[in-house]
Design a protein around this ligand. Structure first.
Ligand code: SAH
Length: 250
């Protein structure tokens, strides 16, 4: 089984120094608690730590009454980021669906998630509630990265409207997924980044689709079946990883 992995928000130089000097790094309170109480790790077990740069460090863990400590033994730079940078623009949907979407987007290699209210979004979020929600989603992204082996934690940000999200999201290929679109989704080789926008349960409004097209997005169809909002972004990430990313091709 793969080592338990812990994200520690610290400078990579700190880990490299600890590895060079043979000193221990201290796990955060949250990571210590998770390692001790949930995973029930014991002194001497091997763990992996990462800080979001792509590099990871292995070491052996030890606990005292206060925290967990890792004596680092090696570092490596495994390639687990897709060769095409993927951005998901997701219209606000219910909290349970959003949690699920973020977790699966991280697992399928999405690097950035942009949340946007949409005319037909049932869920509205602003101010403190939005900040709390973003924090929870960022925690979910960290857990998913720990679990799936990514050493980069995807970014999550919020925009004030779909038009703003379309305007402020750049990529070589930008696909606005719409079940009523006349053209199928297509991706030509040579692109380094792709973004796809997914509407809420009721879809994007015609005005939102027009604002996306004005901002340079292409409204496209992803297969002949209408997918649920929580399926569409994940399906798009898998499709792109198959045609241009790091999934196997025949
Ligand atoms: N009745 C709505 C369906 C929305 S499905 C409508 O007709 O718009 C929720 C979202 O998933 C859509 O806004 C779209 O972004 C995406 N989606 C689902 N199935 C799709 C498909 N086959 N092609 C493109 N986008 C799709």
């Amino acid at each position: 089984m793969a080592d338990p992995r812990f994200f520690l928000p610290a400078d990579a130089a700190l880990f490299d120094d600890a590895l060079r000097n043979g000193t221990e790094i201290t796990l955060s309170e949250k990571a210590s608690h998770h390692a001790m109480r949930a995973l029930r790790l014991r002194n001497g077990e091997t763990v992996t730590v990462f800080c979001g740069t792509g590099r990871e460090w292995r070491g052996t863990v030890r606990f005292d009454a206060k925290a967990g400590y890792v004596a680092l033994t090696e570092s490596s730079d495994p390639q687990r980021e897709p060769p095409v940078r993927l951005t998901l623009v997701q219209a606000l949907v219910s909290p349970e669906k959003l949690d699920w979407i973020v977790e699966k987007a991280v697992e399928t290699g999405v690097s950035e998630i942009v949340l946007t209210p949409a005319a037909r979004s049932v869920t509205r979020l602003a101010g403190d509630r939005l900040e709390k929600r973003l924090q929870k989603l960022r925690d979910i992204a960290v857990s998913a990265a720990e679990q799936c082996g990514r050493n980069v934690v995807p970014l999550i940000r919020a925009e004030a409207s779909a038009a703003a999200a379309f305007q402020n999201t750049q990529a070589d290929l930008r696909l606005l997924l719409a079940p009523g679109a006349p053209r199928p989704a297509a991706a030509a080789g040579g692109i380094r980044s792709a973004a796809f926008a997914v509407g809420p349960e009721g879809g994007f409004s015609p005005e939102e689709i027009a604002s996306g097209e004005e901002a340079g997005w292409s409204a496209v169809l992803l297969g002949p079946r209408v997918l649920r909002t929580e399926t569409a972004g994940i399906a798009a990430a898998v499709w792109l990883n198959t045609v241009l990313g790091d999934y196997p091709r025949a």
